[in-house]
Design a protein around this ligand. Structure first.
Ligand SMILES: [Zn+2]
Length: 115
């Protein structure tokens, strides 16, 4: 899907995969808009759900599950730094957590081709 930044008028493409993931996310969260950042000026551009639904295929069970998992992990790990604590009142010592950081296939490469 082609979209144009409302701020700098830069036109950029959003892949089907991105749209499908966005639609799955909107389905899970109940949000009405998806935010896509302009690769040139980083302005947040809103795309409403109906527009996405026109271009994206219906999300599969796997995509919905991925969106739910992403939502849950976002809720479980709020993005604020832990304040320093002198003593940790934790019972179990080995609470290893592996963090998987997923790379999003947005148009970051296209932004590099800016003159
Ligand atoms: Zn822009």
């Amino acid at each position: 899907m082609q979209m144009r930044c409302y701020r700098c008028s830069f036109s950029f493409a959003i892949s089907r995969e991105t749209l499908a993931a966005a639609l799955a996310s909107l389905t899970v969260t109940g949000n009405t808009h998806h935010i896509e950042y302009c690769p040139r000026c980083r302005t947040a551009n809103k795309i409403d759900r109906q527009t996405i639904a026109r271009f994206a295929p219906q999300p599969t069970e796997a995509e919905l599950a991925a969106a739910r998992a992403a939502l849950e992990s976002a809720e479980a790990e709020p993005e604020k730094p832990e304040p320093y604590r002198a003593a940790e009142p934790v019972g179990q010592a080995d609470s290893k957590k592996k963090k998987h950081r997923r790379r999003r296939g947005s148009g970051a490469a296209e932004a590099a081709a800016d003159d």
